[in-house]
Ligand binder design. Structure first.
Ligand code: SAH
Length: 343
């Protein structure tokens, strides 16, 4: 491999991360001979190779399947919302070790951690695609395959790359990390001193139920998890988001809503109710839309801030792995509105 001077590396980095150039041949600040030599040696600007890109019928959701250097594959999803907002949902691991029963990735098992660059390059890929039509990435969420806090250091390095003002330049507040609830890492994250959003995959309001489909709950039961979240809020003064995937007949009863409200009430917390995306081999079905709104209404009446997420990309199985929609209408037409539905 070529020995490159620091300023050349900086030029390459800027071209890839900031200018979102697609190939070394297009980096015009580099001499042609250098471009040719690098290309001839197989150098590439991206560590991941797209192997399948699918767009939903409405054109708003694009799913990418990417191959890593060792042949492992991960998915990322781009969601283009109204008003020029675009969210990229990225993977932090190939597979996942936490085996949540309703989740396709969890059922498939763990393969390996991604490196920071492999994580970052998923965002760069879609940012480049957006740039070609004059749009940009406004949000990145770590809600693809894997458990971000199980690959903590690489995820923090990827966050730094996403945030770098000399590079990708995405503000911390536009990044969200979603965790299955690793208490020790929540404490560590609270000490980072960054404005990145924290989301907790709660999905059940009591230990018996949560343990029945989320094995991690046996290690970190709800009381410990909630105490860690309280510590996080005290330390950071930042809101915590709780994700609650709506599973018909499992966690969607009025009683569950009341229990959840009791856990949430009086804290700087926000609940996101997520319609379940059916996956091929899971024994779960999603709660119907009407019942989801009923569940939301109970939280709302208890003055718990709640949002119901909209589903995107069902027709392209944006749910395979854990990939699913992440857009949040503020309120439904004719439904309840107001304080608690605002983000
Ligand atoms: N491991 C992390 C992040 C990845 S999953 C976590 O657990 O938070 C991102 C979110 O998608 C989690 O809330 C997860 O529970 C949810 N999810 C997984 N499979 C889903 C499905 N089929 N439909 C809807 N949400 C799903």
């Amino acid at each position: 491999m070529y020995e490159l001077r620091d300023y050349r590396l900086t030029q390459l980095y800027r071209a890839a991360a900031k200018e979102l150039v697609g190939s070394i041949g297009e980096i015009t600040v580099l001499p042609t001979e250098l471009r040719d030599a690098l290309t001839a040696r197989g150098a590439a600007l991206s560590s991941i190779e797209p192997v399948a890109i699918e767009r939903s019928r409405d054109g708003c959701t694009t799913k990418g399947l990417f191959r890593l250097h060792d042949g492992k594959e991960v998915e990322a999803v781009l969601m283009e919302h109204r008003g020029n907002r675009s969210t990229i949902c990225i993977s932090s691991q190939a597979g996942c070790a936490f085996a949540c029963a309703f989740c396709a990735t969890g059922q498939a098992g763990y393969s390996r951690n991604l490196g920071a660059i492999e994580i970052f390059d998923q965002a760069v890929y879609f940012a480049r695609a957006l740039a070609s039509c004059g749009k940009r990435v406004t949000n990145v969420v770590f809600m693809g395959m894997g458990e971000p806090f199980h690959n903590y250091d690489a995820v923090m390095d990827a966050v730094a790359l996403l945030n770098d003002p000399q590079g990708f330049g995405l503000g911390h507040r536009h990044i969200t990390i979603s965790t299955v609830g690793l208490v020790d890492k929540i404490d560590r994250f609270a000490e980072e001193g960054i404005q990145v959003n924290l989301a907790i995959s709660l999905h059940a309001p009591n230990d018996a139920l949560r343990s029945s489909f989320m094995p991690v709950n046996r290690k970190y039961p709800i009381a410990e998890l909630m105490t860690a979240c309280e510590r996080y809020v005290r330390r950071t003064h930042r809101k915590v988001f709780f994700e609650y995937v709506m599973l018909a007949g499992v966690n969607d009863s009025d009683e569950c809503a009341r229990e959840l409200a009791a856990l949430m009430r009086g804290h700087l917390y926000h609940v996101n109710l997520i319609p379940y995306n059916a996956t091929p081999d899971a024994n779960f079905t999603g709660t119907d839309q009407e019942s989801i709104w009923q569940f939301a209404a109970i939280l709302d009446a208890a003055r718990v801030p709640v949002t119901v997420r909209r589903n995107m990309g069902r027709d392209i199985a944006a749910a395979c792995g854990q990939l699913r929609a992440e857009t949040q209408p503020k309120a439904r037409a004719g439904g309840f509105t107001g304080r608690s539905l605002a983000q």
